[in-house]
Every structure is written in structure tokens, then in C-alpha cells.
Design a protein around this ligand. Sequence first.
Ligand code: PLP
Ligand code: COI
Length: 336
Amino acid sequence: MTIDWDNLGFEYIKTPFRYISKWKDGQWDEGKLTEDSTLQIHESSAALHYGQQCFEGLKAYRCKDGSINLFRVDENSKRMNRSAKRLMMAEVPEAKFIQAVEAVVKANEAFVPPYGSGGTLYIRPLLIGVGEGIGVKPAPEYLFTVFCMPVGAYFKGGLTPTNFIFSDYDRAAPQGTGAIKVGGNYAASFMPGEEAKEQHFSDCIYLDPKTHTKIEEVGSANFFGITKDDRFITPLSPSILPSITKYSLLYLAEHNLGMEAVEEDVYIDSLDQFKEAGACGTAAVISPIGGIQTYDDFHVFYSETEVGPVTQRLYDELTGIQFGDIPAPEGWIRNI
Ligand code: PLP
Ligand code: COI
């Protein structure tokens, strides 16, 4: 297969190897790499009926010297175990998670896009409840798999701003599963997302489910804004996914850019405070938001066609660290 590294989108591409391990009778088996990209599971698996499943997303980055960086993989492991705990699934020990991710990246090394192409290797760990049982209760067995594919920009345009629209739908309930990475949250976002795309927006922005007066997040990324007095603000809410990219940007805005960086409520009637805004996440990286269709007008931030200077600097710091060009804060990078 020949891959056009410079023009990758965010689509499934089959790579040769994936990892699989099974939890049964209270323990994980050793796990192995396999070329089989299909799963055979029991028809009554809790993952299929009751959504007892969770997943993660992280990336491997090709450095200038040809080596490969993993970014904050331990945080993905911790978040997957928070999801597992909430859904009463077997947790995956951190060492096993990291070893699986490294094994899959090494086995598919030829699919890590070249340095400078803009592409990365997207890694998708998945944990599902399987085995026989139709009662509404946790599954007796679990499968943990990790597969990967080369990807480019998630939102078409990359660093070119795109537009978003407020959703009337809620993504997650106030005390529900918004803060964990479970499939049900995403299935629920298909219809609002499609409706936004039909109106030529990149995606929708969800508001807080209780009052619909505050920004929560995008269906696949967190929101951030840069205020006119140069503060980095990102919403604080128990029903959004705690984005590893968001926490990294909070740190970089404060330590590398010297800004005040805070998580706080972002009221929809306070958008004027921002001179720039963006969506951030592993897949989204930093995607500048040109404008938002609110309930009563179309609010433009910096520009609909050009990335703002602070967003650009944050992007350069983050991706510089990920690709190994800028020294990383302690523990952020595993070079393999
Ligand atoms: N919010 C949602 C709903 C997501 O699916 C993601 C992607 O994982 C994010 C935010 C960003 O999280 P992270 O930066 O950890 O990838
Ligand atoms: C990620 O950024 O890793 C995500 O999971 C977002 C989306 C592709 C579901």
C-alpha cells in the first residue's frame, strides 16, 4: 500500500499488527500481537447491549532523528482506568497498557508518518465487556485491544479556522458519563454532529446540560479561549472529558507563554471577552475556531480565515514538544 503522507485525513487505515489481551477468571492473559483485525465475541456481550466499553486516543510522533515519541501515554492509561472503574470493568494495569501501545507502534513502525509531513500515528486502545450474560450487570470477561493508523488533520483545514454551532442537544447528563471516554457519549453525538455538518459547520458545541448558559465542549475536543487581556480560559465542568491536550495547554500557556491559565465557567453571553478561540484534543490537536453560530448571532473571534497569534504559539509549543523539537516537561514524552 502506498500512503500519501502529506494528505492524510482522519480515516481508518488498516495497519498490519494490533494487540489483544483477555481478562477471565479475575486475571489478564499475557496478551499478544495479531494480524487479525476482527474480534469474535459472544452475542450477549455487555459491550454490545449495554454499552459496557471505553476507549482512548493518543498519538505517536516521528522525530527529526527518526525515533518515535509517545505523548503522555500514562495519562491515557489513567483515564482509561477511570472509565473502567465507572463502568465496573476490569482495569488494565498501567505497565500493561504502555507495553501494549509500545508493541503496536514498534510493530507498525513503517506506518508512522515521516517528520515534517504533518501526519502522526493515531493509537486507539479499546476495552470491552464480553462473554455470556444478558442481565443488566457487568460482563464476566473483558477484551483489551490496541490498534493504530496514520492520520492527518481531524477538522478539515488543520490550522485554518473552521466554524462551529451551538447544539440544542446535550452530550452528557450533569452527573452522568461525560467525564469518561465511553462509546455512548459518542453515539449520542452523531445526530447533533451530522446536523451541524449539514449546515456546513465543522461540528457542534455542547452547552452545560443543566442551564444551557455555559460552553461545555465540542463532540470530540475541549474548548479554549484567549481573552483580550491574554488569559487562557477553558471550561470547568464535571460533564466534559478531561482532555490531556487541554491540561497540557493550561501548563504551556502558564509556563512557556507566561499567561494566566484557568479552568472556569465560560458563559455564552461572554464570548466578547475572547480575541481567539479553539478546539483542542489528540485528534483535533489545536483547531482554531473562526466563528460560532450562537442562538442569536454569528460570533467571529480572531478571523474566519487566519489562525490568531496566541493560538499559533500554543500550537508551536505543543507540537514542538510532541515531535521532540522543544524540551518537554518532565514525564511527558516516552521516546521509543
Ligand atoms: N473531548 C472529547 C469529547 C474527546 O473525545 C476528546 C478526545 O479524546 C477530547 C475532548 C480531547 O481529549 P484529549 O486531549 O485527551 O485527546
Ligand atoms: C481523540 O482525540 O483521541 C478522540 O478520541 C476524538 C475522536 C476521534 C473521538
